[in-house]
Design a protein around this ligand. Sequence first.
Ligand SMILES: Cc1ncc(COP(=O)(O)O)c(C=O)c1O
Length: 449
Amino acid sequence: MIRDSLPKIITELPGPKSKEVIEKRKKAIPSSIGCASPFVIDKGEGAMVMDLDGNIIMDWVGGIGALNIGYSNEEVIEAVKAQAERYFHPQINTLHYAEYIDLAETLNTISPGSFRKRTAFFNSGSEAVDNAVKIARKYSGRTEIIAFSGAFHGRTFMSMTLTSGQIFKAGFMPLAPGVHRAEFPNEYRTDENVKTEDLPGYYLDKLKYMFVDYVDPKKVAAIIIEPIQGEGGFISAPIEYIKGLRSLCDQYGILLIADEVQTGYCRTGRLYATEYWADAGVYSDILITAKAMGGGLPISAVTARDEIMEALAPGEIGGTYGGNPLACASALKVIEILRRDDYAGKAMAIGEKCSAAFKDWYGKYESIGTYRVIGAMVSIEFVKDRKTKEPDPETANKILEICRSKGLILKSAGSYNQIVRALMPLVVTDEQIKAGLLILEEAIKMAAA
Ligand SMILES: Cc1ncc(COP(=O)(O)O)c(C=O)c1O
């Protein structure tokens, strides 16, 4: 049992058995599908992984946010096994099956907003993003879509176009037409003469100017936004900005799409990050979720107001595997557990521990430009100089490397990869958090030296 273990490295890295597999990988799969980790997994439990050589590693990437429930949850395993024994794949356009319908009903009920909704399932976050755009265009009869700087929405052609950052797009042009870019209200990277309380208005004015200068708002089908940017580095859009965005959408008949692929299912201390919006009376028209919903099986969802979803005719959305019964069975059980066992509370508790540590470190290490903690969505941004805020991807990378050598896996984020982020499974124990934070602090210290 490694569920309650702490990281323990017992071999050179990679260990001999891992090395053999990694060498094969180098020849068999494209190097564009990269992986800096020196570990080949043998098994995973909770937040912990054992590699083929017996090294015990703490995984604070959690399948890039897919494993809020952790590795090898017994109840989820049982639910998937029971489903596997009945049928794998009748396909939703061919036969009715209850798991798809039950999961849709669940999402329609638990997602923010008491209005009537419908949910369709897909396989990945990117695919759900593409379909959300299709749905918005069909319903509105409009073509244009607005996305944000620093956004990540995926790697298919439409979702890649919506994604910001040349790193994801260079060499793949031409992109999908009809996409415009607004500036995300990233407070840390805003001119410091703009006061915090003026930030929402400052960025809303920029958006309004876009409507005057670049794009006719009456042609805009939707604005798509991550409530908290994931790959962008865990940057929240202030609620006053969201309120302003909603009223601009209402003014011009634009749909508001919330991409909660990374923030959904308790990561932020709420079941959905858009529950924070709901506290202020704001709801999205279309909600995209994926990742943690499936607990590691591939499934994504588009949940939209009834009348929006019903604008589409049969055959206009869907696909062979969307809402596969095994993934639905997993998702139904995952959601039941997340709600029953207060995983949102667990995320909050993790965040509090990280917040206390990060605050202390900010006082000690000049390389930390800022840090962000929203539930268990935690990140630290590294800079060469606190005054100029010049991003420091080298330090971030060094820290990731040192952490890996000590058995802690983390991931970078941000436009320059200057941010170190953690998406730890929410079942991580108190001792494991303590051990992980010790390793991370040691790495920050060593990288600075
Ligand atoms: C906010 C957001 N949207 C969409 C995606 C794309 O999801 P997928 O990788 O499942 O296609 C991601 C992936 O990280 C994401 O973070």
